[in-house]
Design a protein around this ligand. Structure first.
Ligand code: NIG
Ligand code: FE
Length: 414
């Protein structure tokens, strides 16, 4: 099955070679090709170039993209898209003045979602998550990392990860999975008992059943301490799960340093960082993943993206789609928040949500840019004047057609 897209007004994020990531000032450069064609075959990007050099091709299908742009799909490297029910009652509590931690203290927050998830069977959980997956696909996401962490018992954590694996097998999205048993402490067990369970039961079981690529911890005041986080991530590593960490969301928690120490692929959130955290991220292979949707929803400060780029760090952007702090997986909106609230330029934000997101999911070789040989995951926009129009027109869905694995997605068939 081959597909030719012709007359593309602007082919965005075109890179001749696989790039690990873009960092610092490089992030301001977004390579594009005007008036271009793109040829996909067997689910792979075969060729691209200027329309006036279009070779003789015999595609099975053609799309005319006159006045429209083509982007590589967004790579959303941080989500909690599997959950049961929603938490808009806590949203109202927050409007009335309660903090995220006060809500958690009252048995709300993560424990509230855990209770509901424990009472929801695997099929129903899958159906909830599938709806959200369909939605994010229609908004331009082509690869998604999915975390567990609302199970908090061995069986329920495994249930979540099985749902994630089923989404991986039955939808066209590229998916990586993360074990986040260390998301909160369940009320039924002591701290020591639950940590022991994570380390000696959950991680070995998750690894043995091949259910996760990564291991993550919510390192935060009131949740997991830096020492506890390190112990969990080191055990994950022993069982072949690469570390990721929720770090420095609400407090200067020491999470960034723990992440760097264990060689985490990414340190995520970073709303509260100082010079020490920024220095810790220099010269290492750990990427800073920023989640402006959570900062927006909780009304916290935003991570200092500009400062990080000025200090020559790479920055990735992701949605954090979850019921408590970011009930939305809309990556174009994440671009708007990054530009408006964190003063990232559209070029920087698009790089952060594509090529750098791919790094944060170990997908640099296959996703995140228009590069020959990469997976043909992309979207065609509606008629818009330029790529900057996407973050500018905040809240609009400007994604017209989605192509995953070289195939045009008919929404009803996912
Ligand atoms: O990434 N910070 C921890 N986990 C989520 C929030 C989870 C929840 O409130 O349900 C986050 O923001
Ligand atoms: Fe998160």
């Amino acid at each position: 099955m081959s597909l030719l897209i012709r007359n593309i007004k602007c082919l965005v994020q075109v890179r001749d070679q696989v790039t690990k990531w873009v960092q610092g000032m490089e992030m301001g450069d977004l390579p594009c090709l005007e008036n271009a064609y793109l040829f996909l075959d067997h689910g792979i990007i075969e060729d691209y170039g200027a329309m006036n050099s279009l070779p003789e091709l015999q595609p099975n299908h053609e799309i005319d993209a006159t006045d429209r742009l083509v982007f590589p799909s967004f790579v959303d490297s941080h989500s909690h898209i599997i959950f049961a029910g929603s938490r808009e009652n806590e949203f109202v509590d927050k409007i009335k003045g309660l903090s995220y931690q006060e809500i958690a203290g009252k048995g709300g927050g993560i424990l509230n979602s855990a209770k509901r998830l424990q009472n929801t069977d695997q099929e129903e959980l899958y159906q909830w998550a599938l709806k959200r997956v369909r939605e994010v696909i229609s908004l331009g996401t082509g690869a998604l990392e999915i975390k567990s962490g609302y199970g908090l018992t061995l069986e329920d954590e495994l249930k979540m990860l099985r749902v994630a694996r089923r989404l991986q097998n039955e939808t066209p999205l590229t998916i990586k999975t993360t074990f986040l048993g260390a998301h909160a402490f369940p009320q039924e067990l002591s701290r020591e008992q639950y940590l022991d369970q994570i380390i000696n039961q959950m991680i070995p079981a998750v690894a043995e059943q091949g259910l996760a690529d990564y291991c993550d911890v919510f390192c935060e005041t009131g949740f997991f301490t830096p020492n506890e986080s390190q112990a969990v991530l080191e055990q994950g590593l022993k069982f072949g799960l690469k570390p990721k960490i929720h770090a420095n969301q609400l407090n200067l928690s020491g999470g960034v340093q723990v992440g760097v120490k264990v060689g985490a692929l990414s340190v995520d959130h970073l709303e509260t960082v100082g010079q020490q955290e920024i220095d810790a991220l220099k010269g290492v292979d750990t990427i800073a993943t920023l989640l402006p949707g959570a900062a927006f929803f909780l009304g916290t400060g935003y991570p200092p993206a500009r400062r990080m780029m000025e200090e020559n760090l790479p920055v990735a952007l992701a949605s954090d789609y979850n019921p408590g702090s970011a009930p939305n997986g809309n990556m174009p909106l994440i671009l708007s928040l990054a530009c408006i609230q964190m003063k990232m330029t559209p070029e920087e934000a698009i790089n952060a949500a594509t090529i750098n997101g791919a790094y944060a999911m170990d997908l640099s070789n296959t996703h995140g840019s228009i590069t020959k040989g990469k997976v043909a995951n992309l979207f065609i926009t509606k008629e818009i004047p330029s790529y900057s129009f996407i973050p500018y027109a905040f809240g609009s869905n400007l994604v017209d057609q989605v192509i995953l694995n070289g195939k045009l997605i008919e929404h009803s068939t996912i």
